[in-house]
Design a protein around this ligand. Structure first.
Ligand SMILES: [Zn+2]
Length: 228
């Protein structure tokens, strides 16, 4: 029986990290596969009144037109940096022919799509969307202990493609992923940020809410640098 429609949840990055936790024991991700949708574009997404319809249109194309059983990817990163649910994480993705590891042994790549046309001269991968893509790649690689060599752009698996887009440089992307993984902050740097930037802002703040937020950020820096 044909299913006409499927609903997909939308997560913040922090919510998705929580969502992933139990899967560490249920599935082994062997690689991270990174794609850009090309179509839908960021402009398509911005125009859509109901964003869910954009995800459902991909699902319909993948599951019904292409007969890939479900939406191809495990996750979709939208231009605002939210992560939309895709196919079950327990299922192999429909990422690239010969690279999906679809033998039902619960060992397969984690595949995500970033909504947009990232070919040179088209749209840009930037801001919240880039941040989520970098953080998610880093998080999956850390959780499943994957070296950089197991982080793949689609075009590395299919040279006929530019995917995730010719404007997205692999070396720069990996550098961001590595920077993000490096969570060690020295107490000296944390205290420098607090004294140079946060303290003056605290004294200049006009409301208690602002001062509370600055105080919270200072404590986050102290935690990140092992001082709390
Ligand atoms: Zn692709």
């Amino acid at each position: 029986m044909a299913v006409e429609r499927k609903n997909f949840r939308r997560f913040t990055y922090a919510e998705y990290v929580e969502y992933l936790k139990p899967f560490l024991l249920k599935v082994k991700f062997s690689q991270v596969h990174i794609h850009g949708t090309w179509k839908p574009t960021i402009a398509d997404y911005r125009k859509a009144a109901d964003k869910m319809k954009i995800i459902q249109a991909m699902w319909r194309f993948h599951a019904i037109t292409q007969k890939w059983g479900d939406i191809a990817q495990h996750a979709t990163i939208d231009p605002d940096g939210y992560i939309w649910e895709g196919r079950s994480l327990l299922e192999a993705p429909a990422s690239a022919v010969g690279y999906n590891d679809a033998d039902k042994d619960r060992i397969h790549p984690f595949m995500f799509e970033m909504i947009g046309n990232f070919d040179i001269g088209a749209e840009n991968l930037e801001g919240a969307q880039l941040a989520t893509a970098v953080k998610l790649t880093s998080h999956i690689a850390t959780m499943w202990k994957l070296p950089d060599s197991q982080i793949k752009f689609h075009r590395e698996m299919n040279p006929a493609k530019t995917c995730p887009g010719s404007s997205v440089n692999k070396a720069s992307f990996l550098e961001l992923v590595r920077d993000w993984s490096d969570v060690d902050m020295s107490p000296a740097d944390a205290n420098k940020i607090i004294s140079t930037w946060l303290s003056p802002a605290w004294f200049a703040a006009s409301t208690k809410a602002e001062r509370d937020e600055i105080h919270r950020l200072a404590n986050e820096l102290r935690k990140a640098s092992g001082q709390l």
